[in-house]
Ligand binder design. Structure first.
Ligand SMILES: [Zn+2]
Length: 104
């Protein structure tokens, strides 16, 4: 029993130290714990079919390759993806462009 409590405390300490190193600390959508960053995944063009909304005149919201950061909840182990910081600015540029600009 005591060993188990100690292990749990160490687990929490380690998680806390890892969270301190992170720039972004999202909350778990299930249980509201802070999520730890576990890694990055690059999505290649061959494995991604972009949606092309009419509003963008055949353009995609995002083109692959792009990368995502994978977060894990240390409590319920829910995993969640977020678009990487670099790719966020690409989306910002794309969606803030004037839709009439490349007409004519
Ligand atoms: Zn959770």
């Amino acid at each position: 029993m005591r060993g188990k409590d100690e292990a749990l405390l160490r687990y929490e300490d380690t998680v806390e130290a890892i969270l301190d190193e992170q720039e972004f600390v999202p909350e778990c959508p299930q249980c509201r714990e802070y999520m730890v960053e576990t890694g990055r995944q690059v999505v290649q063009a061959a494995s991604f079919a972009p949606k092309r909304p009419e509003r963008l005149r055949g353009g995609a919201i995002i083109e692959a390759p792009f990368s995502m950061t994978l977060y894990m909840c240390p409590s319920c182990f829910t995993m969640e993806y977020a678009l990487s910081e670099e790719d966020r600015s690409r989306i910002g540029d794309r969606l803030s462009r004037d839709p009439e600009a490349d007409r004519k």
